[in-house]
Design a protein around this ligand. Sequence first.
Ligand SMILES: [Zn+2]
Length: 706
Amino acid sequence: MQQLIDFSKHVLSKTSKKNYKIPELKSDLLEIINEIEEYSEKKDDPYYIIDNKMIKSLFDLSWLKEIENDDKNLEYYLIGLFLFDCMNIELYRSVIQELFFTKNNRNEFSVLLYWVFENKIHDTSSGDELNFSSYLDFSRLIGFNPILPSDFTEQMSKILPNFEVKAEEVEKEEQIEKSVKNLTERKEYVEEISNYFDNASLPYLDYFIEYSILNQLSYNITKKQSNKIELKTKTSIAEFQKKIENIYHEEGFPVVPTTVDPVLQPHLTKIDAKSVQMDKLATLPKELIKEFVSSKAYSSPSNAHKIRITFLGGGGIGNMGIVVQHDNNAILLDFGMSVANNAIPRWHPSLQFVKAVLVSHAHLDHSGGLAYLINSKNDKRWYGSPTTKVLVEKLLYNTSNIIKEKKRQQNQFTPAMHSYLQTSNLINLFNAFLPLKPKKTIEVAPGFEVTPYPASHLFGSYGYEINIFGKRIFFTGDFSTDPSELFSGAKFPKDCDLTIFDGTYYNGHIPEEDPNTQILQAVERNTRLIVPAFSVGRTQEMIKRLHRLGISKKRQIITTGLAAEITKLMGIKAEYDIKKSFQPTDFEENDIVIAGHGMLQGGTARTLLDSTKEDNKTGIILCGYQAPNTLGFALKISHPLAKQQFHQDVTSAHISGHTTPSSLNEFIANLEGKKVMIHTPRGVNTLKEHKEVTIPSYLEEIVIKN
Ligand SMILES: [Zn+2]
């Protein structure tokens, strides 16, 4: 509480120093301090709560630009937490969320605060969940690079003065930190570093390094065991395996219980231990790696013949990846990259069994991770419509060029992205593609028969029926049952045993305004317009719509860059112009420019937005999904900070490639089998009448008995 008072005094001293012209500010602050002091005296009185309005204004003050640059920045964040005792939970939530979502870059401290907050509201009874590993899980979940253990302890003690880390944990964390630093800085020494590698470091590492570490690790262990096992008598493979398990145990890694490993099973004959050669041992790591990570990777005998579905991503809107496994064969449904932060689904042992990837459509959140998974060294294949292949090719080469030309800040791209999006790797990826035709059934992996259905979400988008020895699973991908400018509406089978469907607008709020009326009015009000839109899909939808509404007769519709290329490629019939590049100086009266980036995080749309900040005769039409921590989102919800900066006329028209809430309810009602909803915004709960709908959480596994 004292800190809160100190903080208020500090803000007060800053405001008087800066000589603010608003006299009320000062008296407000004094009042707040009085109130807080009074509160600290009466805090045992359960009915005494500080006026929330005041707390909010104090918080708002802490965000004034001049104060924000102060070196004691962290103290301002801290306020949210100290207020926890004296403000109601709704306000606290809004303050924390403001911190977390509105800053352009989520910083480490706001992530930490948000995580503490989430834990506090879900489990106020114990502080058990507030440890380093649960923080790592949270960071990974939101696609955020976690801070290192030593910083964690320091920052946490600022948030919770009583926060303590056990001595043995400190030692362990120091070890993690050491190996993470080494691994990040000296990748070429993976081999020696893995000698003292600890699996708690995994969440820090990207997919590529994780994979090589695990490989190397199992190799090391195999090597060790060959020295330890006395090669005198005949040994069974089971005994051999037992010894390996003991070594794993000594090394402190998880050990799979003694059930016999199905990979080793074929070799389960007496072998002459003397004949075990080092070069033969070298082939073992691949098998061992599957065992190493945990029983999750396996069909143990009790799990044999069950179909197991694991959700590696896609809970919440972001990168998608679902593994469907049957014995030692598996397929993957999409493998995406988060549009907000470039994260791909994290590595999971079941990925080793994947023979084929079914790609629902070209959007990068469904296809952007493919280059990580498929390369010349493995025989994985990917499937989709021919159009999907063409579009993924465009999008990935475009990303690869951006990396090459360093058009964007380099730190947006991880080192792994640099290597995986190299031209040679992309060539391999597109060689590994096989086309699927609508309603034609093909076996893509042993026992996996697949039939595609058009999904009406994007050019070439499919939903897939997957038949595994008579069990039928349907995966919708992104889909729309509603007709649009471009598509007629999806028609999927309803009688599968299990349907995994996109719930983007589940229980969502669709504005009542007719988007066409909104667009016509925006055109009427403004001399020129910026339409931020995704290059693939939304741009073409908008071009056709503007044409049909007769706007292209009166105004000049312009598109540029990748969006223009795709529009041409897809043969869109409408009146529009293509400009190779478009600069703010080209932006004239009468122009309507449709350009990326759709959430205004960069690109031509952002350049035009920045250059017309002061002009309230320039209009913006937001017409796509806006992720919570983007400028597009801030403009959409008229956030005060965004409004302060950008004076343009903002229209938010609901145009979507996803099924509307009412049609989605109808779709759910007509489904016959088990219903699994994915791709729902964080925090959405199912309605009372949808008790039978499951929303899987991250890494959740659904098992179907065959
Ligand atoms: Zn999509």
